[in-house]
Every structure is written in C-alpha cells, then in structure tokens.
Design a protein around this ligand. Structure first.
Ligand code: SF4
Length: 217
C-alpha cells in the first residue's frame, strides 16, 4: 500500500471519529474569522465563552471600525494577547469595509493581507466557510504530520505542501478539523502520545509507540 492511500485511510478514520465541526466555525465567515483570530494563544473554550457578549457589543464591521481600541480590548480581556487582538480586529473591520465592501474575501491571497490573518487562519476560513480546499497547519497538525511520517518539513508551509501532495483535495479541509481534536485527545504533545488507544497506529511511522501505563499497586 502506498503512503498516499495510507494517509487517506488515516484521515477517513479520523473523520469518522471526529464528525463535529471545528470549534471556531461559528456558521458565518465574519464570526468565524474574528473567533479564529481571537483563538491564537488562547483556548477555544475561552473564546466561545466571551464571544456572544463581545458580538452583542460589536455586532458588525461598522461598530468595530468605529469603536475605540481600548473599548474593544476591555470587552475581550479574558483572552490572551487581548490588546494586540483588539488592534487587529479594529484594523480588520476598517479594511473589510474599505476594500471588500463589508464581506470577508474568499481567496488565500486576499485573506492573508488582512490584519491578524496568517496562512493558518486563512486556510481555516477557506475550508470551513467557503468550501475551498485548504490545509491549515497549526501546532497539532505540524506535530501529528511528523509523527505519522507525512512530512519532515521544518516550517508550516513545507508541511502544508507535503500534506497537499499526499491527500486528495476533498480531504484537505478535514486535516485541521479532525487533528485538533485528535491532538488534544490521543496524539497529544510532549513525549507521550497515547499510541495504545490510537485508531490510526497501523499507518503511523512513529517508532517509539507508547504502551498503556500499568497501574501502581
Ligand atoms: S500511533 Fe501514536 S504517534 Fe502515531 S498517530 Fe497514533 S498516537 Fe500519534
């Protein structure tokens, strides 16, 4: 069996195990984009907790563009890097109104010009909101792609390119969506992934596979 079919099989198994949509996929491009920007260096749970009140205060791009940066910061001060994020989101609102007629753009080239938006965030939005095939490489995808033997790339861009070569386009968007949950539950960071309970261990190149810890008596 070649590595392409192993990779596709791996993603198919993860898709069955993790059918939920991404936590930051909030049903429309504007909410999803802002929430994804907010989620950097913060847990998704923290973002989901503060987001409804934030949106009530600033319900659209206009209200964000007009707001004082300090007021935006105050309304999001439960999440990490809130001052930088307030600055980004105000600049983002202004740019979306000025350059994109109030709509989130639908291409990678346009998305990465927006304040606070890098390739990873752009890829999340493309696949979740616009059905455009994209691979978002965050820390989970980066780590798991290396363990699986999909990539030896030292940068997210190289890992993204390697994954795109391995998988059919229709699976690109599933990689981040499923691996974030898989990376929190089983193929966790640090030295001890939970290989003994891994549904894709058969197709994983990681050599020092871990065993279930035995209970101390
Ligand atoms: S076998 Fe272990 S290292 Fe490989 S994907 Fe599963 S949990 Fe991760």
């Amino acid at each position: 069996m070649n590595s392409q079919s192993n990779a596709a099989k791996t993603v198919a198994i993860l898709m069955k195990r993790y059918p939920q949509k991404a936590d930051m996929d909030l049903g429309n491009p504007a909410d999803s984009l802002i929430a994804t920007i907010f989620s950097a260096r913060t847990t998704d749970a923290q973002v989901l907790k503060m987001f409804p009140a934030f949106r009530q205060r600033f319900p659209d791009w206009k209200s964000l563009a007009r707001a004082k940066e300090s007021d935006i910061a105050k309304s999001i001060n439960t999440i990490g890097l809130y001052r930088n994020k307030a600055k980004s989101v105000k600049a983002l609102a202004k740019m979306i109104i000025r350059d994109y007629d109030g709509r989130v753009p639908k291409t990678m080239d346009e998305l990465v010009t927006l304040p606070g938006v890098g390739r990873k965030t752009a890829s999340c939005i493309l696949s979740a909101c616009f059905d455009v095939p994209a691979v978002a490489v965050d820390t989970h995808v980066f780590r798991i792609a290396h363990r699986l033997g999909w990539s030896k790339g030292k940068t997210p861009e190289k890992v993204e390119a390697d994954i795109k070569k391995l998988l059919p386009q229709k699976m690109w968007g599933e990689v981040n969506r499923t691996m974030v949950r898989f990376g929190r539950e089983i193929c966790i960071g640090g030295k001890k992934p939970k290989c003994w309970m891994c549904p894709v261990a058969e197709w994983c190149a990681y050599k020092p596979k871990t065993k279930e810890p035995t209970e101390r008596r």
